[in-house]
Design a protein around this ligand. Sequence first.
Ligand SMILES: [Zn+2]
Length: 240
Amino acid sequence: MKINTIYSPNFDKKKRSYKSIKFLVVHYTGMQSERESIKRLCNPKSKVSSHYLISQNGQIYKLVADNRIAWHAGISCWKKYKNLNKNSIGIEIVNKGHKFGYTNFKKKQLSNLIKICQNLIKKYKIKRQNIVGHSDIAPLRKLDPGEKFPWKRLANNKIGIWHNLKDRHLIKFRKIKIVNKSKVEFINKLKKIGYCFNNKKKGSFFKIIKAFQRHYRKELINGILDKECLIIAKNISKKI
Ligand SMILES: [Zn+2]
């Protein structure tokens, strides 16, 4: 796998130990063009970066060394971890995103993403449940990598977790309302998966459900908890 280096100055001065690397965070760039994205991630004024970037044609660029803390996650939370920059590797995939024209990820982008993830997982012994999207760890602020990101395909390659339920079985439970007791159960399952519920702001539950749906039930992303969501959450939490 050929990796080109472009230097970004946007990382903490202090080095980190390789042992502190526990998560992979997947992003999309969400900008008009690839050139602009790279420029921004390398501009000291922007104060954002990532360790890797995968271009439209699948080329992998390394912007920040793995033993440096890159600035990609921002305010974030997963399990007991807060502000995931210090414990994660950030991977940006070039895509215009929801704001500028969200498109399917390219074949070459995905095949090379799978390769780099597999390398990193092996190198740093990253657990399957610790491979997340930006929207999973910052559901109130972020949508990326979004519902076109093929988490199921990645899970088939041992990257991240997916449920083992049949679509034709699941669809029967879509839009079926659930009782309040099940809402508590759903929250507990999501907490087990890693989602954080520490923000009490109005509308935050709605956004967390949306983030969950964007990842695990992309057919309907409405922020409303239904029985299908509950069944998926139960199934996934059993694998952790
Ligand atoms: Zn992001």
